[in-house]
Design a protein. Structure first.
Lengths: 114, 109
């Protein structure tokens, strides 16, 4: 069964550094998402992306965050200047462009900011 | 936006017991998914169930869309069922998922 793949599985970064989290969605999917989960809390929506542009973003997704689909297969989340509170598990998800379809999640990237 | 409430927040059972987890929504959704988060943090998709009933082995789920709730049933629990169970709902458009706070299930041997 096709999967959403995320790399790296764990990223440790110094505060203030830029970090890029990478995702390869399922190949024929057209909707892409990033979510995050702070340790011990619920999963929160960050941003959705369709037709090469952001379709919706949450208030968490401020100017420090950006997303990009640089080629036909990758979908990235960039955090420009990381803060301690950015430490979380980040999940990528994708969905097909037809009705009645679930979102498929990757295994996540655990981001630790020191 | 919609609010998602899950109950109970914690559930401790003996191996072999049955359990029912509930998810209530503040508004209608047209996408509803149940997930199991394992100890490694992975979100395992259990069901996509905007309405009706589905079964997969010892697990089944029912969504009553008109009353804005969904139930997840686990029968003959095993220790490997332990973890956090999340439900999440989405509405029209890009259908971002709004997650509940989760139910932490602990199955003791």
């Amino acid at each position: 069964e096709p999967e959403v793949t995320q790399t790296p599985s764990h990223q440790v970064t110094q505060m203030g550094q830029e970090v890029i989290l990478r995702c390869v969605p399922i190949s024929n999917h057209l909707y892409f998402y990033w979510y995050r989960q702070i340790l011990g809390q619920k999963v929160e929506f960050l941003v959705s992306f369709y037709n090469n542009e952001i379709s919706e973003k949450s208030e968490i997704f401020d100017d420090q965050f950006s997303v990009e689909r640089p080629d036909g297969s990758n979908f990235t989340l960039k955090i420009r200047s990381t803060k301690l509170e950015d430490s979380a598990m980040y999940f990528c998800a994708s969905r097909g462009d037809w009705g009645g379809q679930p979102q498929h999640f990757g295994d996540g990237t655990r981001l630790s900011i020191l | 936006g919609i609010q998602v409430e899950q109950s109970p927040p914690d559930l401790i059972l003996q191996e072999g017991a049955n359990s029912t987890l509930r998810c209530n929504f503040s508004d209608s959704v047209n996408n509803l998914q149940w997930f199991h988060q394992n100890p490694w943090g992975q979100l395992i998709n259990l069901f996509y169930i905007p309405s009706g009933t589905k079964q997969n082995g010892r697990l089944s789920a029912t969504t009553v869309a008109t009353e804005r709730y969904s139930l997840l049933y686990i029968s003959s629990s095993q220790t490997t069922d332990s973890g956090v169970y999340f439900c999440a709902g989405g509405v029209q458009g890009a259908q971002k998922l709004v997650f509940g706070q989760g139910t932490r299930l602990t199955i003791n041997p």
